[in-house]
Design a protein around this ligand. Sequence first.
Ligand code: NDP
Length: 290
Amino acid sequence: MVTIINGKEISLQIRSEIAKAVKAITDTGAPPPGLAVIIVGDSKASQVYVAAKKKACEQAGFYSLEIILPAETTQSQLLQKIDDLNNDGNIHGILIQLPLPSQINESLVLEAISTDKDVDCFNPKNFGYLNLGADCLLPCTPAGALELLKRYQIPIEGKNALVVGRSNIVGKPMASLLTRENATVTIAHSRTKNLPELCANSDIIVAAIGKPEFIKGAWIKKDCVVVDVGTNSIDDPTSPKGYRLVGDVEYNEAAKRASYITPVPGGVGPMTIAMLLSNTLRARNKLHKK
Ligand code: NDP
């Protein structure tokens, strides 16, 4: 019988644990964690996303700062803003909403964020620390996926784990985190020849491709643990919105064979914001030595 991993519930649990920890800090008169989000340009999608982050911050008792800069902001103006935030004692986490306008060099900007405040783990130095197994902030979505496995007490050590996708924000760091947990990790990507065979040999599959229901239920072995990071919108005239979200795994068929599976929506998705809050609290406590 498959267990459906309830990411929504776990993320609310984590957010409530964080809110309690923040209250304990502020009750002593000490400063709360502070998160700054920078948006360059006026993309509606970015603003909706940032508004959700801001609400989550406020619910957890964080100080939240939203900085909206005009689309024509120059690289040096943005770097100056990051420098100000790096030196601002009330700010412990800095997020830059991507993508950035073409006049700005994304890599330079991400490298400018202090590694201690890089709560998205986009600074290449933090990516390096992650691969070295050092104590560092962990990238939110992969860390959220791992946290789900841990909260459900799913064994990872010694298991054959397959990560499908090798992006810098999900696939690669996910593979690194699973390696740190002593799984034997295989990374698959668009040039991989034998994906069904790799799936059949895997105890844990993490799908991060961005293609609706690409991984077929029949490919996975019985009792496999399936973590679906994919979030794909597909047309659905029967839904009030005209579309619905599906993952990268053929959910209904996979659920017949898996031991654990994350649904989409309500699986890995809600964990990203919970881990962002968790990283910001951690960054704050490191700075204030609490
Ligand atoms: P990218 O597009 O950056 O990467 C996709 C990866 O999938 C690439 O490594 C690509 O391989 C690989 N891929 C593409 N086609 C195949 C194939 N046929 N077989 C095997 N691998 C393939 O996507 P992201 O990593 O940013 O995101 C992946 C999914 O996760 C998306 O659906 C995204 O929406 C979702 N996501 C969800 C988040 C959340 O829940 N909070 C956060 C971030 C992402 P190659 O490198 O060879 O091109």
